[in-house]
Design a protein around this ligand. Structure first.
Ligand code: AMO
Length: 437
């Protein structure tokens, strides 16, 4: 194809300003709001970052272009070559008079939902037609914020000397006792989708000291809630020569840094969502698990010491709090790798980071003594032999004292965007009932 026949895009819609008056531009994007006033036809062309009015007065538009506009349906993908014209009445004080139009893809009528949001659709309908749904500025704002957040997290951890790693997602063993595994047919062996990079990040402290991973985790939890998915993105860190307090401080600082960056770099998107972000100050409040039970008791909720916090308890606790830590969880509520406290073996050097009633992260000091690890595996009803490929790194004496945490990125996005359902913050969520698109 000759270059002059190619439908190039010379400008994005947001780049069209009055100073371009009289210039020829080539634009490409999606169509919204088509109006025919007889002698003049209009539509709004929008693309990934803006919109512009296309105005076709009969007298200034080639006849074939003028009639072509009648074939365009809302949400069609088109290419427009035209001249920029300053027009005070146009939405942005400027418009484009088309000289040539090509319809790349003509949108069907009716479409499964109204992407302007004027006609409301259920979340299910929206997720079934996700790309159309994502044409709504609010939905796109969420994912631009997600992009800013992910970059901010990387920037923060890189500046602290962490190495970004990628660990296998097809694995041989469980790590998080509480949640179930998805089996994978792996030739003649049994394998699973990884619940957490836990074991890999721990042993990597034996050579890189500080590592992080931003990647998928898979949880075969059967329940369907607004805060659980079966595939999520987790930000995981692990640090050698560190303990629970050290990694809590890293997490706190990362949260503050990310919130500041998001305010600065996603100002427009936060405005689209009508969201005001408050940046908390460090240190976040810290309550031990035992203190939490006392607070709850005062609120009339009794929990047996050693039990996990049920949802109503989390709700009551989160009523009057923003970011806070719950520390020293009972040993039986935490996985085998959690370090028991020196002052009381019934509790561990662990924490959960909460935001109101939502658990955002958990972590702590890990056991690096192979005998203790073996004992804890047995106490958790796990067979140490199955963990031998992991344990031998400890037996060889390669693994330093270490600590780390895992932060649920999708849940963190809920906090930043104010969304109540985790599915809003994931492009193509995977839950008990959703495997497509
Ligand atoms: P945990 O199992 O608590 O810890 O997971 C860490 C964080 O990941 C997020 N998360 C989820 N988000 C949505 N849906 C789910 N089904 C789901 N499961 C977990 C939460 C949670 O706080 N290996 C440890 C971390 C560590 O100790 O380093 C772990 O995986 O935000």
């Amino acid at each position: 194809m000759r270059l002059k026949d190619r439908r190039v895009k010379t400008h994005s819609c947001s780049e069209i300003h009055g100073e371009l008056e009289g210039q020829e531009v080539c634009l490409a994007g999606y169509v919204r709001v088509i109006r025919d006033l007889g002698g003049i036809k209009f539509f709004i062309l929008y693309d990934r970052d803006g919109e512009i009015q296309i105005a076709a007065p009969r007298v200034q538009t080639p006849p074939e272009v003028f009639t072509k506009i009648d074939q365009i349906t809302p949400e069609s993908t088109v290419w427009v070559r035209g001249r920029v014209k300053r027009t005070p009445q146009a939405p942005r004080g400027v418009e484009v008079i088309p000289q040539e139009i090509e319809v790349f893809s003509r949108a069907s009528v009716p479409l499964p939902l109204d992407p302007t949001g004027r006609i409301k659709s259920s979340l299910d309908t929206r997720l079934n037609a996700r790309i159309l749904d994502l044409r709504h500025p609010k939905r796109r704002a969420i994912f631009k914020i997600r992009h800013v957040v992910t970059n901010a997290i990387r920037e923060f951890l890189n500046s602290r000397g962490f190495l970004e790693v990628q660990t296998p997602k097809i694995v041989a063993t469980a790590t998080e006792s509480g949640s179930a595994l998805f089996p994978v047919a792996y030739f003649e062996k049994e394998a699973f989708l990884s619940q957490s990079p836990q074991l890999f990040k721990e042993i990597l402290t034996g050579c890189f000291e500080k590592v992080y991973e931003i990647g998928p985790i898979f949880r075969a939890e059967e329940f369907n809630t607004n805060k659980h998915l079966n595939e999520c993105t987790s930000v995981d860190i692990e640090m050698a020569f560190s303990n629970c307090d050290d990694v809590m401080r890293v997490l706190e600082e990362l949260i503050i840094f990310t919130l500041k960056k998001t305010k600065e770099l996603a100002e427009k998107e936060l405005e689209v969502l009508g969201r005001k972000l408050e940046v908390p100050e460090a240190p976040f409040p810290r309550y031990s698990y035992t203190e939490v039970l006392q607070i709850l008791e005062k609120k009339g909720i009794r929990i047996e010491w050693g039990e996990d916090l049920p949802t109503p308890a989390e709700k009551a606790l989160g009523e009057d709090r923003g970011f806070y830590f719950i520390t020293e969880w009972p040993t039986k509520t935490k996985p085998f790798y959690a370090m028991p406290c020196k002052h009381d073996e019934r509790v561990t050097e662990t924490f959960d980071l909460m935001w109101k009633d939502l658990e955002l992260a958990s972590g702590g000091t890990r056991i690096h003594d192979p005998q203790l690890l073996e004992r804890r595996l047995e106490e958790n009803g796990l067979n140490p032999e199955n963990f031998e490929p992991h344990l031998r790194h400890f037996r060889w004496g390669l693994i330093p004292p270490h600590a780390g945490w895992g932060l649920g990125l999708d849940r963190f996005l809920m906090v930043l965007t104010g969304e109540q359902n985790i599915r809003e913050c994931v492009l193509f969520p995977r839950d008990r009932h959703r495997l497509v698109p």
